[in-house]
Design a protein around this ligand. Structure first.
Ligand code: ADP
Length: 241
């Protein structure tokens, strides 16, 4: 497996945000963490990224115990709903950012960076826009730049927190389709946080339904939709169509 969370527990003050959460994400899987606002999805994702400390429990990525490992050393790429691009940088500079800040010994040469950026521009279908600045792009294009930037460091896992949440319904739908294609092409293990049932059913290989800091059910979209194992899952997914 690629990501393993073992008995993760977290409190913020009096709020018990994650309660002994166990989760496995298999190699190459596109997994949706689905649940209402406040159920703990973002906190769990930030723990995989290393941006939030656990109170107790373990995080493993690709067989390595990373619970106390610095985010930069975890080889994860992430995109958030409002993960602002650098406004003063062009599209290509934004995409190359993660490579340019690597230690000298790990940094590709200028020519290699140029070639990586070109490949990523093709992958996210933004060829020809490399000299634009974020203010000259649509919301959907900006999120594709953010995805290209996350992929530039060749992450072992990709973490997406409501990446299309701020966009209108039509664009969200298009980007969903596009994300599926991108995922097929790259095969990268991906965890996608959403509170939108339809989005999870449409995009994911596996859905993990969260409620009040606990996992209610995990399964394929068909399983959780057709065989909900609790009234909560039934109601939460039942509203999708
Ligand atoms: P979700 O992503 O499902 O909406 P979150 O993980 O963002 O849920 O939040 C879960 C709970 O933890 C919420 O009650 C939220 O208010 C609380 N919370 C999240 N981050 C913090 C923080 N940094 N400080 C205090 N409470 C927080």
């Amino acid at each position: 497996m690629t990501i393993l969370l073992n008995k993760i527990d977290k409190r913020f003050g009096n709020t018990h945000v994650l309660k002994q959460v166990d989760l496995r994400v298999e190699q190459g899987e596109l997994l949706a963490l689905l649940g209402p606002s406040g159920s703990g999805k973002t906190t769990l994702l930030r723990m995989i990224a290393g941006l939030e400390a656990v109170d107790s429990g373990e995080v493993w990525i690709n067989g390595k115990h990373v619970t106390n490992v610095n985010p930069r050393k975890r080889k994860v790429g992430f995109v958030f709903q409002h993960y602002a691009l650098f406004a003063h940088m062009t599209v290509e500079q934004n995409i190359a950012y993660g490579l340019n800040v690597l230690k000298r010994s790990e940094r590709p040469s200028k020519a290699e960076i140029k070639s990586i950026v070109e490949q990523l521009l093709a992958l996210v279908k933004l060829e020809g826009l490399e000299k634009r600045r974020p203010s000259e792009l649509s919301g959907g294009q900006r999120q594709r730049v953010a995805l290209a930037r996350a992929l530039a460091i060749k992450p072992e896992v990709l973490l997406l927190d409501e990446p299309f949440g701020a966009l209108d319904a039509q664009v969200r739908k298009e980007l969903r389709r596009w994300l599926r294609t991108l995922h097929k092409e790259t095969g990268i293990t991906t965890v996608f946080v959403t509170h939108d049932q339809e989005e999870a059913l449409d995009v994911a290989d596996k859905i993990v339904v969260m409620n009040k800091g606990e996992i209610e059910q995990a399964g394929t979209p068909t399983e959780v939709y057709e065989e909900p194992n609790s009234p909560f899952v039934y109601e939460f997914l039942g509203n999708a169509y």
